[in-house]
Design a protein around this ligand. Structure first.
Ligand code: BGC
Length: 740
């Protein structure tokens, strides 16, 4: 009797569930139909607008009317498009015609952490929050396009712009860029993913011609852009300054085909500022909006220069002569109108918000989750607040504002809390003493201005302060000045600038209880690493920098960031540098990416060159145990889900998060492979003493390599090896599977 009742219950339940599934499927189908209908409606509307536009009006839409806007058509009520940098917050207002600051008093914003920090969180949910919040600020500032995020792959630690990108791994960058885009675009503001593509150094960026294998292009440099287009559905993209295969990326036949034909990108390709060089190519090879072409595209502009843009009068003339078919123009205008419908013509978008507590909280949350603890001898950190201790805070980066400088990603932050202020606010009982230690000079774009203070005096003060303290926190690293972490130039050496290595060594001589807190967007050489008690990598953390750093140092937040790129011991250990000048920086005309697909940890692993700190590495105040690592079966076919499960136990004394990372390698292959490549990861928060089960799924198709012999992806049959761990250099288990 009881059994019958249970059976009946089960059947009723099944019936309810299947009808729910049916309803769900119907809803989904309805949504798709509505979507299709609204797309068709939109395309028809665009058709009708295009028919009403004159040739001149259409051409005008394809180029700038000011430094950061392109025109609409007032006659038809078509609005302008307003853009702003990006990607760490909305840049202060710039003059209409030149690069001077407009001097507004209502354009101060929240500075969010740099994208390297976001990548180091390994937390796509935070990326979504980042996007939503920075998008709200862009919307409030009446911007239609936010110029970011950047996903150029970290190839060399000398690249001045790595801090604006998402690290060295295409899978990590893809997983992190998609939610950012979706978040921004929920505000009716377009993200503009940049710089498409191969802009992996600043030196000679405006002309260098990159030679790279098709395989490395597709496996390393393109995936994050592809994910941005296909998964993120990004509405605009920015071209890179450099050349590829002898053609500028703004109007590159091959790159345009990949973007618009292969990936079916339906948005607008916007140039980088001053990156257009040829009218005919721009007309034919997919450039939609030309920006920033001035006399030199960056620092000067002539009155009415806009009419002389490549896609202005010269374009009009070619169209009038019939040298270029109008269909090319119409395609551009269609894409621009699509962008407008999604942004400036979207009546349903909200008004945005700016500088509110919620944004500051999100900035702090991302900052704390991205900070990476690299070394922590004898639990140096966390440091408890205690009236018996004296903490020496030494180094220029303890007080230097880092939202200023860096080039186009500079910010006019409403607040920026320095590490020193953050620590003072957190440590009410301990005594904090401070010395500058070294001085780097002011932050000026494209110039290095000398420091003014007496270096010897600064050093002696620092040593005195260090000798009086129980604990030394040295805040050094790089900064946002020219030839540091800054657009328009590359670093000139891998070591720390401004004689910091000597200073650190001397401080250690007077106080062995010294830690180094690096503020940078790049790896640096650390000759002193085994003499310091602890090392933290903090990136550029934005408005709440000091509070986030104090959160970690005090243990209020347990660190959980992981490195999004490798820290080689010395520059020559980096793949690009190991092939000599032609590989980096090139001969000033050409450059060959000789390392091919072996970028970052792929190189270190495969060539067995140990880095100082590895991709994916990062410590916690607690300990985790990853166990019961299993795969759902041993033999797979094409397009099948591989399910990797494991149990993560927090075995220490702090609550905290761990990132389980899954790498896959193919030992025997018809092509050269990296030993292993990241194919899945998951961040999980676990209370002390507790455990959680995880499942990470990977589609077998994602194990394909780009086969140059067929110009397509190729999934090889045979054995694969799955590596599971919590860093690329800490693999806990190897599993073997086969694809047949
Ligand atoms: C940078 C872009 C930026 C643009 C506008 C260029 O120099 O490369 O990333 O969006 O300027 O400021």
């Amino acid at each position: 009797m009881i059994m019958q009742k249970n059976n009946l219950k089960r059947q009723v339940l099944l019936l309810i569930m299947s009808s729910l599934l049916l309803i769900n499927a119907k809803v989904n189908a309805q949504q798709i139909t509505v979507q299709n209908n609204s797309n068709q409606y939109l395309e028809k509307r665009i058709d009708s607008i295009i028919q009403q536009l004159t040739l001149e009006e259409k051409v005008a839409m394809c180029h700038a009317q000011s430094k950061f806007s392109s025109p609409g058509v007032p006659r038809l009520g078509i609005p302008e498009i307003w853009m702003s940098d990006g990607p760490h917050g909305v840049r202060g207002e710039i003059n209409w015609d030149d690069w001077g600051y407009a001097g507004w008093t209502n354009d101060s914003i929240t500075a969010f952490p740099a994208l390297t920090c976001l990548a180091a969180t390994f937390n796509p949910k935070l990326s979504k929050k980042y996007g939503i919040n920075v998008g709200e600020e862009a919307r409030y500032r009446k911007k239609d396009v936010l110029l970011g995020p950047g996903v150029n792959i970290y190839r060399t630690p000398l690249n001045g712009r790595n801090f604006e990108y998402m690290g060295e791994d295409p899978y990590l960058a893809s997983k992190m860029v998609v939610p950012y885009i979706k978040g921004v675009q929920t505000n009716g503001v377009a993200a503009c993913v940049k710089h498409y593509v191969l802009n992996n150094q600043e030196l000679w960026r405006d002309h260098i011609n990159v030679e790279v294998s098709d395989r490395a292009l597709h496996e390393i440099y393109l995936p994050a852009f592809k994910a941005a287009v296909q998964e993120g559905k990004v509405w605009s993209l920015m071209s890179a300054y450099n050349q590829y295969q002898g053609q500028y990326c703004s109007h590159n036949e091959k790159l345009n085909k990949i973007l618009k034909e292969d990936w079916k990108f339906d948005g607008a390709l916007i140039t980088d500022w001053g990156a257009t060089h040829n009218t005919k190519e721009a007309a034919l090879y997919g450039l939609d909006i030309e920006m920033g072409t001035g006399t030199d595209g960056l620092t000067m502009s002539t009155k009415n220069a806009y009419d002389y843009y490549y896609l202005a009068n010269p374009f009009l003339e070619l169209l009038k002569k019939g040298d270029i078919d109008e269909s090319f123009l119409n395609d551009k205008v269609r894409r621009i109108l699509r962008l407008m419908h999604r942004t400036s013509m979207n009546k349903n978008r909200g008004f945005g918000k700016i500088n509110n507590q919620e944004h500051l909280d999100v900035a702090r949350e991302i900052a704390t989750e991205g900070i990476v603890l690299l070394k922590n001898e004898n639990s140096f950190f966390p440091i408890k607040d205690n009236k018996n201790i004296t903490i020496a805070v030494i180094g220029e980066n303890a007080t230097r504002p880092m939202t200023i400088g860096g080039g186009s990603s500079e910010l006019k932050a409403k607040h920026e809390i320095s590490p020193l202020d953050g620590l003072k606010a957190r440590y009410k009982n301990a005594t904090i003493i401070h010395a500058m230690g070294y001085e780097s000079g002011p932050s000026v774009y494209a110039k290095v201005l000398p420091a003014k203070l007496d270096a010897e005096k600064l050093k002696n003060e620092a040593l005195e302060v260090a000798s009086k303290a129980d604990i030394v926190l040295f805040f050094g690293g790089l900064n946002k000045s020219h030839l540091q972490d800054c657009e328009g130039g590359d670093r000139q050496s891998y070591g720390l600038p401004f004689a910091q290595d000597d200073l650190i060594n001397d401080i250690i001589k007077v106080n062995t209880n010294t830690s180094v807190i690096l503020v940078s967007g790049n790896a640096v050489e650390m000759p002193w690493h085994n003499k310091t008690k602890a090392i933290i990598q903090t990136w550029y953390l934005g408005s709440q920098a000091g509070l986030a750093i104090a959160d970690i140092i005090s243990g209020d937040v347990n660190p959980s960031g992981k490195l999004p790129f490798s820290f080689p011991k010395k520059l020559q250990d980096n793949a690009a540098h190991s092939f000599g000048k032609i590989s980096y920086p090139g001969d000033s005309i050409n450059q060959i990416y000789k390392e091919g697909i072996l970028v970052g940890y792929r190189w270190h692993d495969t060539k067995k060159i140990k880095p100082l700190f590895a991709f994916g590495e990062g410590l916690s105040y607690t300990t985790f145990n990853i166990s019961e690592i299993k795969v759902n079966k041993k033999i797979f076919s094409k397009n099948e889900e591989i399910k990797i499960t494991c149990k993560v136990t927090n075995t220490g004394t702090y609550d905290g998060s761990e990132v389980v990372q899954v790498y896959i390698g193919k030992p025997k292959s018809k092509v050269k492979r990296a030993l292993k490549e990241l194919k899945g990861f998951q961040k999980v928060f676990i209370n002390k003493g507790e455990a959680k089960d995880l499942e990470i799924t990977i589609n077998t198709n994602d194990l394909a390599f780009y086969d140059e012999s067929i110009s397509n992806w190729n999934l090889e049959n045979g054995s694969y090896e799955i590596f599971v761990g919590n860093a690329s250099n800490n693999i806990i288990s190897n599993l073997k599977i086969k694809i047949l």
